[in-house]
Write a protein that binds this ligand. Structure first.
Ligand code: URA
Length: 212
C-alpha cells in the first residue's frame, strides 16, 4: 500500500475508538453510559470539535445527536457540507455530570485521543465549535475576537465559530452559525480549487486570516 498521511503509523481511527470506549483515565469513566470517540471519515478535509457529549450522546455513543446536534446538522446541510464526509468529535469523550464544562484534568486525560485523531486524519481545517474547544486547543478565552476567522498555528488552520447549543436559547445565533459554516464551506472549496481563485477571492480570504 502506498504510504499516505493516513497510513504512516499503525494507528487507526478504530483503534483509538476502542481505546476511548474502554478508557479508565479520568473520573468521568466511572459515571458514563457510553464514551463518544467521534465519527467520520479518515479522508475528511475538516474536523469539527465540540465540547463534550451531552445526555443523548452519552446514551447513543455518538457525537451531536441531541438538540444541539439537530441545529448543527441543519447548519451543515445549509452550508452544503455532508456530515458523512467530515469528522466530528469533542474535546473530551465522556459526559460531564449535568453537562458542566470539562475540567482541566479531564481535558488533559482525553487530549492524546484527540491529537491522535487529528494526526491520522490530517485535515485541511479544524473547526472549533465554541469556547471550550477554542480555549483547549488555542489557549484563548473569548471566541468573540476570532469568530468567523481562520487562525493558523504550527502549520494547521483553525476556523472558529460558536457552539451549536448557543443557538438553542438565542435564535439570532442560528444565523451566525449558518453564515459561519457557509463561509467555511466556501473556504474549503477554494482550498480544493486554488487555480480557480480570482485575485478578489484571494484578497477576500486574506482579510480574515491571521497567524498566531
Ligand atoms: N455538545 C457537544 O459539545 N458535543 C456533542 O457531541 C453534543 C453536544
Amino acid at each position: 500500500m502506498e504510504a499516505t498521511a493516513h497510513s504512516i503509523s499503525n494507528d487507526t481511527l478504530e483503534k483509538i475508538a476502542s481505546e476511548v470506549i474502554e478508557c479508565p483515565l479520568c473520573k468521568l469513566s466511572r459515571i458514563r453510559k457510553n464514551a463518544v470517540p467521534g465519527e467520520g471519515q479518515i479522508s475528511a478535509k475538516v474536523i469539527f470539535i465540540g465540547e463534550a457529549p451531552g445526555k443523548n450522546e452519552d446514551e447513543k455513543g455518538r457525537p451531536f445527536v441531541g438538540v444541539a446536534g439537530r441545529i448543527f446538522d441543519v447548519a451543515l446541510q445549509k452550508a452544503g457540507i455532508e456530515r458523512s464526509q467530515v469528522f466530528i468529535t469533542n474535546i473530551i469523550k465522556c459526559r460531564p455530570p449535568g453537562n458542566r464544562v470539562p475540567e482541566d484534568d479531564e481535558r488533559t486525560a482525553c487530549r492524546p485521543y484527540l491529537d491522535r485523531q487529528i494526526s491520522l486524519i490530517a485535515p485541511r481545517i479544524i473547526c472549533l465549535l465554541g469556547a471550550t474547544a477554542y480555549s483547549s486547543i488555542l489557549g484563548r478565552k473569548s471566541i468573540k475576537e476570532n469568530r468567523g476567522k481562520i487562525i493558523k498555528r504550527n502549520g494547521q488552520e483553525y476556523f472558529i465559530t460558536i457552539h451549536p447549543a448557543a443557538a438553542i436559547y438565542n435564535k439570532n445565533l442560528l444565523h451566525v452559525l449558518e453564515e459561519d459554516l457557509s463561509n467555511l464551506s466556501k473556504k474549503i472549496r477554494k482550498m480544493e480549487n486554488p487555480e480557480r481563485n480570482s485575485l478578489l477571492d484571494y484578497m477576500d480570504g486574506q482579510n480574515d486570516r491571521i497567524s498566531c
